[in-house]
Ligand binder design. Structure first.
Ligand code: MN3
Length: 201
């Protein structure tokens, strides 16, 4: 199935001042669009044209001859979620069931926040930090390099934050921890996280 660039689910300036319109224009219109365009070029003739995005990702992971297709498909998947993991006036209270589960598995919301920020700040180079649900149901905070994502580790991604420099350099320069704080406190769309949690449970 050909990859398609989704429309951003809010106005380009909706996340201002935490994430500027300029960042979203570059990140969505240039970076995500390039993953879609390059992914479609590489999909052609790969033998995986009829497969779903998730199937393409799983079929190409670890296959050196298909590394380009894997990277672009995985980043397409990550960004499709990333736009929905944010909203105008985000952050704030975590929906009840999800909050209960976070406290049960990770100790407290504050401990979860610390772990998530630390995972993002310590991901060396490009990558993502995550809140995932393991196959046994338990929540965990993780980080991955480049375009990799929790699907390969048999985990369901509930929340992710893009820590590639293109996600924060215009607004925060090298201050990745400040970007992560703003993401957690002011941008996260917890309703979407709770929806993914509900689907996985
Ligand atoms: Mn990105």
């Amino acid at each position: 199935m050909a990859f398609e660039l989704p429309v951003l689910p809010y106005a380009y300036d909706a996340l201002d001042p935490y994430m500027s319109a300029e960042t979203l224009e570059f990140h969505h219109d240039k970076h995500h669009n390039a993953y879609v365009t390059n992914g479609n070029d590489l999909l052609e003739g790969s033998g995986l044209e009829g497969k779903s995005l998730e199937e393409v990702i799983k079929a190409t992971y670890g296959d050196a001859s298909k590394a380009g297709l894997f990277n672009n498909a995985a980043q397409h998947f990550n960004h499709m979620h990333f736009w929905n993991w944010m909203k105008k006036d985000g952050g704030g209270a975590i929906p009840g069931e999800l909050e209960k589960k976070i406290i049960e598995d990770l100790g407290s919301v504050a401990a979860f926040r610390d772990a998530f920020l630390k995972a993002g700040a310590t991901q060396f180079g490009s990558g993502w930090c995550w809140l995932v649900q393991n196959a046994d149901g338990k929540l965990e905070v993780t980080k991955t390099a480049n375009g990799e994502n929790p699907l390969f580790f048999d985990q369901t991604p509930l929340l992710g934050c893009d820590v590639w420099e293109h996600s924060y350099y215009i607004d925060y320069r090298n201050a990745r921890p400040k970007y992560l704080e703003a993401y957690f406190d002011n941008m996260i769309n917890w309703e979407y996280v709770a929806e993914l949690f509900g689907n996985a449970a």
